[in-house]
Design a protein around this ligand. Structure first.
Ligand SMILES: Nc1ncnc2c1ncn2[C@@H]1O[C@H](COP(=O)(O)OP(=O)(O)OP(=O)(O)O)[C@@H](O)[C@H]1O
Ligand SMILES: [Mg+2]
Length: 366
């Protein structure tokens, strides 16, 4: 049954190769816990260490140091000489490539792991039916998998990875080979299916939208480090790091100097004005800070006068039908503002008052 996954101080240094003679840690001091039945998504750009983390959990990769426990049992602890082989971990795995056996039918594919685990033939049928109905492929049971669409093949892979009731489901970019429309549909289905079974899942992707829709919590990785692990809304409203802020779409970065701070509230001097921000770390007064801000949080022509309002001028406009992106000159720089809706409210050259609400101006030590 589904179990808790605990990863402690995981570090993996691959041996040096010709191309990279100086070995750098692929993952460094990565720690997190996934509660039984929880879906955690690791999100980050190519090469940040997502797959390496997943493969360490699977037992396919041996970490340099760190520990991995599943359901309270230690599976990986190189210091203590513990390395349980992948087969004995009872984990389900779904990868980017469909990885279904092409010479088999849907049923044979899903039956395979049961056979390999010595489940009696008489007991197999029930498990197979249940798994196929879960992924809505009951009507395709006897079809050769080569006659399925990409999305259907990935459903077979999912059914096959869940049919033996693994302790944890590991998914590495399972949707990235599908076309855009199918990806959206299967994305929603995946969460529903995983939740219905109540599986603990570790899901890896570089797609921020996918992470938000699928994850109970999201871990943002960069360069082998886990920067922040939090619920999607916390990540979007309180990014702990400027890189995380960027990943949530905070493309505006305003440089300034922290004049004073009061708890998490900071006064930042920018172009002779004071910008009130929310500080993420323990940056000291006097330090240089970068203030990150999402375009949808930049308000043009606010209804009421208040703090953090500055005069600006519209320098460009990009009408996109259901939203308009403006570039506005203010505080000596260009800031992007996004307004939702099909009406165009401002013209290039217009003088506007711009509000930058303090709670969405995130300040980080530069
Ligand atoms: N077998 C290996 N030998 C040497 N270096 C490796 C090996 N596998 C991965 N790496 C390196 O480890 C780092 C992390 O790779 P990893 O595959 O975990 O990234 P990722 O986040 O999954 O990226 P992507 O989104 O492209 O799949 C990269 O710098 C990669 O080059
Ligand atoms: Mg990868």
């Amino acid at each position: 049954m589904s179990a808790e996954l605990r990863v402690e101080n995981l570090r993996k240094v691959f041996p040096p190769t010709k191309g990279t003679p100086l070995a750098k840690a692929a993952i460094d001091d990565v720690s997190f816990t996934i509660a039984a039945g929880e879906i955690v998504v690791l999100l980050g750009p190519s090469g940040c260490g997502k797959t390496t983390t997943l493969r360490c959990v699977a037992g396919l990769e041996h970490p340099t140091s760190g520990r991995i426990a599943i359901g309270g049992t230690m599976y990986t602890d190189p210091q203590a000489g513990v390395l349980v082989p992948p087969r004995a971990r009872n984990l389900g795995m779904v990868f980017q490539s469909y990885a279904v056996w092409p010479h088999m039918t849907v049923r044979q594919n899903v039956a395979y792991p049961l056979k390999a685990r010595g489940v009696k033939r008489s007991e197999q049928a029930g498990f197979i039916e249940e798994a196929l109905s879960l992924v809505e492929l009951s009507a395709y049971t006897d079809r050769p998998v080569t006659q399925l669409s990409g999305g259907q093949m990935q459903r077979v892979a999912l059914a096959r990875s869940m049919v033996y009731q693994p302790q944890i489901l590991l998914l590495d970019e399972p949707l990235s080979n599908l076309d855009a429309q199918l990806r959206l549909r299967l994305r929603d289905d995946l969460r529903r299916i995983i939740k219905r079974v109540g599986l603990t899942a570790l899901y890896v992707t570089h797609d921020q939208q996918e992470a938000v829709v699928l994850g109970d919590r999201i871990g943002v990785m960069r360069d082998g480090l886990l920067l922040q692990l939090a619920a999607p809304d916390e990540l979007y409203n309180r990014p702990a790091d400027i890189f995380v802020a960027g990943f949530t779409g905070a493309s505006n970065v305003i440089a300034g100097r922290l004049v004073s701070r009061d708890g998490a509230r900071g006064d930042v001097a920018v172009a002779g004005e004071t910008l009130i921000v929310r500080l993420a770390g323990d940056t000291a007064a006097g330090s240089a800070v970068s203030v990150a801000l999402r375009p949808d949080n930049v308000l043009l022509e606010p209804a009421n006068a208040g703090p953090n309002q500055f005069p600006g001028r519209v320098t460009s406009r990009n009408y996109q039908g259901t939203q308009t992106v403006y570039e506005v000159n203010l505080l000596g720089q260009t800031i992007e503002a996004l307004e939702v809706g099909s009406s165009i409210r401002h013209a290039v050259g217009d003088a506007v008052t711009v509000a930058l609400p303090a709670e969405v101006c995130w300040g980080y030590g530069a």
